[in-house]
Each structure stands twice: as structure tokens, then as C-alpha cells.
Design a protein around this ligand. Structure first.
Ligand SMILES: [Zn+2]
Length: 305
């Protein structure tokens, strides 16, 4: 039995998993953003209630906890170095919660958790090198090789949406690069996921639409949306191409909101495979099996590493 949390900027999702990875119970609460005590109490409340139903007798029978969150951890202190949840910033969340919950707690970035879930139980099962990408609010990624994470010296990895220079491609379409939250001048992140798709559409057509409306219009054959998707695929596939040439992954499962757009993922796959150095005779870029809840599912697997 494992408990798992996926901690986001607006909600905390909690799940109870059996040892086969089947989810037995799930519950969502709003993320307390005001102070750390409220945050801890929200976690404690969910765990104690679950213990009444799922825990065995004695402290050794308390299910361990895995946590997925959007951000990074200092590998030495375990302190949260970036997060969209103010109460946990600077806090060694794993050790802090372990002391309160009286059981082991492991914590990882949500894209890494998604990658782990896909590698162990999803689209990457039976594949050696899994490069999972998130096309959600922003661009994220996680790399799992032979069922385990690689790297980890700084606590930040798989961030293929930062450090790019896409200004040349943007310029070809008459779009100016914009400053990224990381400080970079021409990263993919502001343009390469759902918010980016919306920014592209506004920059190209001077019209604000949601990403869902853009993809709906694209499927209906709308010429403005067709252009936006062409530019989006050019930008994203261009950066994925480099990652594929470096990593030679077996599979690239996609998570986040845009993963539900199967036609768009197929377009990305075709554009990537047509332009990389290696030959891949199967789809590389595919919708993740757990694109909607891979963070939670991966958090439940952290104690199996
Ligand atoms: Zn950046």
C-alpha cells in the first residue's frame, strides 16, 4: 500500500494505491496557500483519514508517502528551491512531513514522477530509455533509464523548455522572442505548451483564444488555427529533435493538457522523426497513458526506486 500526493498551485490530489498500482481511493482538496501550518494540516488530515481505512496495526504498517510537485529540490538539504506553492518554498518538505506523519516520505518533481509512471506502467513499459515530456501550462520533461532517474546533481533535470534559442524560428514568422520566467531571452517554455499556443495565436492573428478553442478550430480546418499549429509544431519539434539526437530515447510519452490532442501529438511525432539523425520505425512521440494523473501515479512509485 502506498499513499501519493500531487501538489499543485490550486489543488492537492491524494491517492491510495495497492502494491499492483491500482488506485483504491482518491480525493482532491484546495491547496492552502496562506501558511505552512495550514498546508501541513491539509496533508495530515488526508493521511490520518486514509490510515483509518487502509493502514495495518503498528507504526511499521503505515503506508509510505510519495509526493509529486511542480518545482525542484536542493539535493543536499532537500529544501524546495522553486515551487508555485508559497508555504513550501525553502522547506525540506520530505523530512518535514516525515516527522509529522511518522513514516518515510519521498518527493520528486512532477515531470519526473510522470516519466517514472510512464516508464514503469505506461507507454514506456518494456522500453529502456523514456523521455517523458509535459505540454501543460508550460514545458517540462523527465528522463528515466532502465526504470530509474538519471542525473540529479543540482536537483533540476529534463528541462528541455529552457536554455533554447528559438528566436530565429520565431523571427521567420514575424514574432519577437519574449523573456522567460527563468531569465532566458528565447526559451521554448513561453511558446511550447498550452499557454504558448495561445500566445502564438495572438501574435500571429491578433486574436485571443483558449488552447482548446485553437485546437478545436484546427480540427475544423480553420485557416488561422492551421497556421498557428504549423508554427507550434515547427517550434516544438525543432527542440525535440535536439533531445532525440542527444538521448536516442525509445519513446517520448506526452503529458499535460495538450496530450489529449491526439492529432497534434501525431503531427509532432511525424515532424520529429522526419528530421532526426536516427531512424525510428515506430511512433516516438505518443500520448502518455497517464497524461492526466501521471504525477500522482509516479509519486506512488517513488518508494519502489
Ligand atoms: Zn526559460
Amino acid at each position: 500500500m502506498k499513499y501519493a500526493f500531487d501538489i499543485g498551485g490550486t489543488k492537492i490530489e491524494f491517492g491510495v494505491f495497492d502494491d499492483h498500482g491500482t488506485i483504491l481511493h482518491r480525493h482532491k482538496v484546495a491547496t492552502p496557500l496562506e501558511d505552512r501550518d495550514s498546508f501541513i494540516n491539509a496533508i495530515l488530515d488526508l493521511v490520518l483519514k486514509a490510515d483509518q481505512t487502509f493502514a495495518g496495526d503498528g507504526i511499521a504498517a503505515l503506508p509510505p508517502v510519495g509526493i509529486s510537485f511542480a518545482g525542484g529540490l536542493d539535493p543536499e538539504s532537500g529544501a524546495v528551491i522553486s515551487a508555485n506553492v508559497p508555504p513550501i518554498k525553502g522547506w525540506p518538505i520530505g523530512a518535514g512531513l516525515s516527522a509529522v506523519l511518522h513514516r518515510p516520505v519521498r518527493v520528486e518533481n512532477d515531470a519526473d514522477c510522470f516519466a517514472l509512471a510512464e516508464a514503469r506502467q505506461g507507454a514506456g513499459e518494456n522500453h529502456r530509455t523514456v523521455f517523458a515530456i509535459i505540454l501543460g501550462t508550460g514545458v517540462g520533461g523527465g528522463i528515466v533509464v532502465d526504470g530509474h532517474f538519471i542525473g540529479g546533481r543540482s536537483g533540476i533535470r529534463g528541462e528541455w523548455g529552457h536554455g533554447n534559442d528559438i528566436s530565429g524560428t520565431l523571427m521567420r514568422y514575424g514574432i519577437k522572442a519574449r523573456q522567460c520566467g527563468c531569465g532566458g531571452a528565447s526559451c521554448l517554455d513561453p511558446w511550447g505548451a498550452a499557454r504558448g499556443l495561445e500566445r502564438l495565436h495572438t501574435a500571429l492573428h491578433d486574436r485571443d483564444l483558449s488552447s482548446q478553442d485553437i485546437t478545436r478550430a484546427w480540427r475544423a480546418g480553420n485557416s488561422d488555427a492551421l497556421k498557428t499549429i504549423d508554427v507550434f509544431v515547427d517550434l516544438v519539434a525543432g527542440q525535440l529533435r535536439l533531445m532525440v539526437n542527444v538521448l536516442d530515447p525509445d519513446i517520448i510519452p506526452v503529458g499535460g493538457g495538450l496530450a489529449a490532442e491526439q492529432g497534434l501529438i501525431a503531427r509532432l511525432d511525424a515532424a520529429v522523426r522526419a528530421s532526426v539523425l536516427g531512424r525510428y520505425d515506430h511512433a516516438l512521440v505518443v500520448p502518455g497513458h497517464f497524461f492526466a494523473d501521471g504525477g500522482l501515479r509516479g509519486a506512488a512509485l517513488l518508494h519502489d526506486l
